[in-house]
Structure formats: structure tokens, C-alpha cells
Design a binder for this molecule. Structure first.
Ligand SMILES: Cc1cc2nc3c(=O)[nH]c(=O)nc-3n(C[C@H](O)[C@H](O)[C@H](O)COP(=O)(O)OP(=O)(O)OC[C@H]3O[C@@H](n4cnc5c(N)ncnc54)[C@H](O)[C@@H]3O)c2cc1C
Length: 490
């Protein structure tokens, strides 16, 4: 078996997602010699699939659009939306500089979607437009970071190694002095570093680890992230005595479709998901649980309200029900980032039968979906009565466009999904990883989703509060490590 020692660096960054990329770029800009490794064959991490929505208050772009905002106002909203459960210290550390991160991306040619800054309705909405995204979603962020990284690689300050999976740390004299792992050819490798930064992302693609952190009853949540999120950095740090949070918060993402070819996983978000937000599509369907009962107003404007309602349903699953007339009249129920789901494509999908169940009667549909048939029949009867009367006494839904009464009937099952890790490593204001006594593990740092999203969003989703803290604190950490390295001036 081969063995390679990559060398000695000021900073070794593990993971080339937004957190690791920004750390590496800024550390190198500050004069540090940096090694950036990733077990994948390309940079970008979860940005390949993410909407890549980022947020910041007091930006140049907001000013240009006449929007008054400040980091303080943004922070107040982060605390409101997170029900006061975000970590005030680290969340503020990020939010206070997020506007600067937005300006930085802009100054490096980020291709903003013209609709930004905008309000995003997939999660609880900010009161002012302070969310930004690119014309190619997360890939627009990758484009800028790739360019900036390329400049540092060209000048020789960053060495990049792909296909290297880090599995352990080198510890000398009580401090982390490097990493060890497996290279692309399966051989062992090590790299030494004065500082090691874990930017390995979350753990949601590892069922055992994810369910260790999820509250009981949520084990059936679909995995909706990319496969690299196996919690490697968290496991590595725990082996060194690191402390982790264990808040037990979970709020699902709705609208993900179970992948029949990959039990437990969702159909790739880039291919298809169900649009559940009223702001983007008027619901013509009803949502029922296994008992055939509706459980929320399908047109609620509060994502959190419907997400928490879904969490209370058996198997955290819901079945979306519609009929022939709705299929002909409604906007496509299924969407994706490319926006290429048309009514015709929906019709093809009905016929293909991968995810959508078709039946000649409601009873048959219930049987195929595993829903109680008499419950469904009664629910549809009451819903049709509500449509006729223009009033939904059960859930107060006001969008009541048409009854569900014409065969064939259609059904699609959606299960609550997890796509980012809520818990993670505990770290101090320097992003040094803390041990179980609250003492920094010398030489070891963490940034990005490996810290857990609860730190920045409490028990909710807060717009942009995963990608933006990864980039913002990554930049700050990179600068600080460069300034602190031996022989640094100023
Ligand atoms: C569908 C979807 C949509 C999303 N949309 C948004 C959004 O709009 N806004 C937002 O704020 N957040 C969003 N997120 C979350 C966001 O994408 C992530 O939280 C963010 O990318 C985390 O950045 P990171 O750098 O910490 O980790 P990642 O982006 O996950 O990158 C981690 C990198 O580390 C590498 N790695 C892991 N283990 C090892 C190892 N052992 N050795 C070497 N390399 C390793 C991985 O290969 C990967 O490249 C979304 C997530 C998903 C799944």
C-alpha cells in the first residue's frame, strides 16, 4: 500500500464546501500556506444541490434597491424566527458580517438573480428583502469561489487535493498537528498543519448518526442531501474528546418525494419536489395523513405551521390527493430548480407511475397509498362541501378552487425530510473546537454545518442562515489563522 506525506502547512482545511473554501481563500490571502482537501473530486460541497440562498443586512445591493436594513435588524429577526434559540454569540458574530460577505461576493462578480434581494417563502419570511441567490442557485456561489481559489492556487499559496478522505488527526504534545486519511488510490496519507479546520459539513446522509440527533419518532425522515454529508468531521473530533450539542430540535423540509430506487432517500431535489408554498402556487389538492384526514390548511402562509403539523402525523408522512379536473387546470404540482415541470410533463409522470399513484376510485387510491379508505372518502366529501360553500370549517383554508370528484384520482406520498444537520460540534468565538469540559482542543477548528444549524437558526429554518455563516465565519477564521501563524507580521 502507498503512503504519502503531503507536507507541512500553516492551515489544513478539510472540506471544500462554502465554509472550507472561504477559510482557505482568506487564509491564503492573509499569507498562510494552505492545504485544502476534499473526499469528492470537485469543490462546492452541498452548494451543488442547494438553493444557495444567502442573507445579509446593510448591503450595497439593498441600498441600491432603496431597502433600509442593518445587521442589528437582521439579528433581531434571526432571534425572533429562531424563537430565541439560536446561539446569540456565534449567530451575532456571523450576522454582523454577513452583509460584508454579500458585498464581497458582489465585488467578485457574483451573478445575482435580478429578483434579489428578495423575500423567500419556503421558510418563515423576513420582514425586509435581505435574501440573495444566484442565477444558477448554489452553483453561482461555486463559480465565484472557484475563481478566487484558482487565483490562490496559481500563486502557490493553496494546494488542493481531491479524493482524499480524512479519517483521523495527528496529535503531538497535546495538540492537533495534522490529519491522516486515505488518498484517491486507496493509499494512506498524512498532512501536517499548525491549524486543522474541519469544514466537513453535516451528518444527514448517515442514518445512524442523523437519528442519534433527531428527536424520537422522526426516524422515518427522508434524507434529502448529497451523500458526502456523513458527519466525518464530527466523528473525528468526538474521538479527540470534542463536545457536541444535542438539542433535539427538528423541523422538516416538506414536499420531498421518496425515491423508489433508494429507500430512505428523497428524489434528488434538482429533479423534483412538490411545491407547498402558497406564494408560489395555489394548492388545488388536499393533504391527508394515513387515516385519510386533513391535518392543516394547505394554503397556510406559515411554513413553520405546516412543518410542525406534519411532524405530528403518523410516519411523518402525507398524501397529496387530486383528480382529473385538477390535473387539467392547476399549475404543475411538481417543481424543480430548473423550472421545467410543465402540465405535459406532469401528464407523462402520471403515466409513468414512478411516484404518482392513479386509480379509478377514491377507495382504490386509498388502498394503493396505504391510507384508510373510509377516512379518505369522508375527508373528500367534507372538502367538496367546503368548496361548494366557500368555507372550510375544519382548517380555515381559503383557497378552495375546485372539488375532487372526477376519476381518475391521483395521489402522491411525501415524507418529512432532513437536509441539514441541526446539531454539531461546540466551538468558541475563535471557532476552536471545545472538549467536554469546555476547553479548546489545541490546533482544531470548525466552521460551517459541522457546527450544527441550531447555532444559527435555533429550532427553525432562518433564511440563508446556513450557507452565509459557513462563508462569513470561514472568511473570518481564515483571516485569523493567517494573522496568528508563526512569523506573521502586523
Ligand atoms: C437541497 C438543499 C438546499 C439547501 N439550500 C440552502 C439555502 O438556500 N441556504 C442555506 O443557507 N443553506 C442551504 N442548504 C444547506 C447548505 O447547503 C449547507 O448547510 C452548506 O453547504 C454547508 O456548508 P459546509 O461548507 O459546512 O459543508 P458542505 O457544503 O456540506 O461541504 C462539506 C465538504 O466537506 C467534504 N468532506 C466531508 N467529509 C470529508 C472527509 N472526511 N475528508 C475530506 N473531505 C470531506 C465534502 O465532500 C464536502 O465537499 C441547503 C441544503 C440542501 C441539501
Amino acid at each position: 500500500m502507498t503512503f504519502e506525506n503531503i507536507g507541512h502547512f500553516d492551515v489544513v482545511v478539510v472540506g471544500a464546501g462554502p465554509g472550507g473554501l472561504c477559510t482557505a481563500i482568506e487564509a491564503a490571502a492573509g499569507g498562510a500556506k494552505v492545504l485544502l482537501v476534499d473526499k469528492q473530486r470537485e469543490i462546492g460541497g452541498m452548494l451543488h444541490i442547494a438553493n444557495g440562498e444567502f442573507s445579509g443586512g446593510g448591503t450595497r445591493r439593498q441600498a441600491a434597491h432603496g431597502i433600509a436594513d442593518t445587521p442589528e435588524d437582521h439579528f433581531a429577526e434571526v432571534m425572533r424566527l429562531s424563537h430565541g434559540r439560536a446561539d446569540e454569540r456565534l449567530a451575532w458574530q456571523s450576522v454582523r458580517a454577513q452583509g460584508e460577505t454579500v458585498d464581497w461576493l458582489e465585488s467578485h462578480g457574483f451573478e445575482f438573480d435580478p429578483a434579489t434581494p428578495g423575500l423567500v417563502h419556503g421558510h418563515e419570511v423576513y420582514s425586509v428583502p435581505r435574501t440573495y441567490w444566484g442565477v444558477e442557485h448554489g452553483r453561482s456561489v461555486i463559480a465565484v469561489l472557484r475563481r478566487l481559489l484558482g487565483e490562490r492556487v496559481a500563486e502557490g499559496s493553496v494546494t488542493v487535493r481531491f479524493g482524499v478522505r480524512i479519517e483521523g488527526a495527528l496529535v503531538e504534545d497535546g495538540r492537533v498537528a495534522g490529519v491522516s486519511g486515505t488518498g484517491p488510490d486507496g493509499g494512506a496519507m498524512t498532512a501536517r498543519g499548525d491549524a486543522v479546520v474541519l469544514a466537513t459539513g453535516g451528518y444527514d446522509a448517515d442514518l445512524g448518526l442523523r437519528n442519534r440527533f433527531l428527536p424520537p419518532g422522526c426516524e422515518d425522515a427522508l434524507i434529502a442531501c448529497l451523500d458526502h454529508a456523513t458527519g466525518d468531521g464530527l466523528v473525528l473530533a468526538e474521538e479527540l474528546g470534542a463536545d457536541t450539542s444535542g438539542d433535539g430540535h427538528f423541523i422538516p423540509v416538506m414536499g420531498l418525494i421518496p425515491d423508489p430506487g433508494r429507500p430512505g432517500f428523497a428524489v434528488d431535489y434538482r429533479e423534483a419536489f412538490v411545491e407547498v408554498a402558497l406564494a408560489y402556487r395555489i394548492p388545488h389538492e388536499i393533504w391527508v395523513n394515513r387515516d385519510g384526514a386533513r391535518f392543516v390548511a394547505e394554503d397556510t402562509t406559515s411554513p413553520e405551521h405546516r412543518e410542525r403539523a406534519l411532524l405530528r402525523q403518523p410516519g411523518i408522512e402525507m398524501h397529496i390527493i387530486w383528480d382529473r379536473a385538477i390535473a387539467a387546470a392547476a399549475e404543475p404540482l411538481i417543481r424543480n430548480g430548473a423550472g421545467d415541470w410543465t402540465r405535459e410533463r406532469m401528464r407523462d409522470e402520471h403515466a409513468r407511475g414512478r411516484w404518482i399513484v392513479v386509480a379509478d376510485s377514491l377507495e382504490e387510491l386509498a388502498g394503493k397509498l396505504g391510507v384508510d379508505p373510509s377516512g379518505l372518502a369522508e375527508t373528500v366529501r367534507r372538502y367538496n362541501e367546503a368548496v361548494a360553500g366557500g368555507h372550510d370549517p375544519d382548517h380555515g383554508r381559503t383557497a378552495l378552487p375546485m372539488p375532487i370528484s372526477e376519476a381518475p384520482y391521483y395521489g402522491l406520498t411525501s415524507i418529512a425530510a432532513s437536509l441539514l444537520s441541526r446539531d454539531g460540534l461546540r466551538a468558541d468565538g475563535d471557532l476552536a473546537v471545545l472538549d467536554r469540559k469546555g476547553v479548546p482542543i489545541a490546533g482544531l477548528y470548525a466552521v460551517g454545518e459541522v457546527l450544527g444549524n441550531n447555532v444559527f437558526a435555533g429550532d427553525n429554518y432562518v433564511g440563508g442562515m446556513s450557507v452565509t455563516p459557513a462563508m462569513t465565519l470561514g472568511r473570518e477564521l481564515g483571516r485569523a489563522l493567517a494573522a496568528r501563524r508563526e512569523g506573521a507580521h502586523g
